[in-house]
Ligand binder design. Structure first.
Ligand code: PMP
Length: 305
């Protein structure tokens, strides 16, 4: 299989990309028993440095995901950090990358297996999208975000993404860029791989953590940057679908997508149909902090080289 990376990490070793394999009978392939993280490494060409953004928070969530899915104890934070840094160094990346850190049930067990826990890490070049401010069209999906007492919504369990996949496919086939999922109470939850914010009457508003959303790290970053850079406090509460249409600005955010403006919902323009001012300001600060061009929040950036 062709890849833009030479190496991957699997179970304690840096291996050639094509050798990073799992047996077809493992519980991860039989039942999707895995959890993962999506992390970004930002290349700062002036410093000739790659910064892993919010690695500590990603490792916390990775541990929480494994605990919630009752996985046996796996490698420590230090071992995982070492593995990730070694992989980025082995691939000698001088570019921004997207990293997947995966824990999965390997071996030959059945649905109740809690180990052996396999660990795999991949990193592939993926440019930051923060430079472009094209607005996305969103569809309110007919799929509902699964509630937390059906699937563990607040963690990154692989099987959760069947729900995300169905909503994404529906949106794409209907000609939209992104799906927005309501929860089973009919309130806004999130998009398949991002959390949603709106700006209304000068307030920044986002669904609260008990609306069946992933405990998103970018969501926390946005809340913090809005407060520290713009004095804007975020209200975390239930959001009705029609509020999105009345909003002045809507954007969605996640590690991979970063911050992206949404300019229409169900083909109805949001505000004046253009990416909003506050959205653009947040995008700029986010990009500068993540790449280290803005020196604030140094603890959020783990250097690789
Ligand atoms: N929701 C879902 C379902 C996701 O997969 C992601 C991406 N990890 C997000 C929200 C955004 O989370 P984060 O900011 O931690 O990347």
């Amino acid at each position: 299989m062709n890849s833009t990376a030479q190496f991957a990490y699997l179970n304690g070793q840096i291996v050639p990309w094509n050798d990073a394999k799992v047996h077809v009978f493992a519980p991860v392939t039989k039942y999707g028993i895995g959890v993962f993280e999506g992390i970004r490494g930002y290349w700062n060409k002036d410093a000739r440095q790659m910064y892993l953004f919010r690695l500590a928070e990603h490792l916390d969530r990775f541990a929480f995901s494994r605990k919630a899915m009752r996985f046996d104890l796996g490698p420590s934070r230090e071992e995982l950090t070492e593995a990730l840094v070694s992989l980025c160094r082995a691939n000698a990346f001088c570019t921004t990358v997207h990293i997947r850190m995966m824990a999965f049930i390997d071996g030959t067990g059945d649905i109740g297996a809690t180990g052996p826990v396999g660990i795999a890490i991949t990193a592939l070049p993926r440019q930051s999208a923060q430079g472009s401010i094209q607005g996305a069209s969103a569809q309110i999906s007919s799929w509902m975000r699964m509630p937390d007492n059906v699937m563990p919504a607040r963690i990154k369990a692989n099987a959760n993404y069947h729900n995300a996949r169905l909503a994404t496919m529906q949106a794409q086939r209907d000609g939209y860029d992104v799906a927005f999922l309501l929860n089973t109470r009919g309130k806004l939850a999130e998009a398949p791989a991002t959390c949603v914010f709106m700006v209304r009457d000068g307030q920044l508003i986002t669904p609260s953590g008990t609306n069946d959303i992933l405990e998103s790290i970018t969501r926390q970053t946005v809340i913090e940057l809005a407060r520290s850079h713009f004095g804007l406090l975020t209200v975390e509460r239930d959001v009705d679908r029609t509020e999105l249409i009345l909003a002045d600005e809507v954007f969605h955010c996640g590690t991979g997508a970063e911050i992206a403006p949404v300019t229409s919902i169900d083909r109805i323009p949001v505000g004046n149909g253009q990416p909003g001012i506050k959205t653009q300001q947040l995008m700029e600060v986010y990009g500068a902090v993540a790449t280290g061009k803005n020196g604030a929040y140094a603890l959020w950036r783990t250097p690789v080289f």
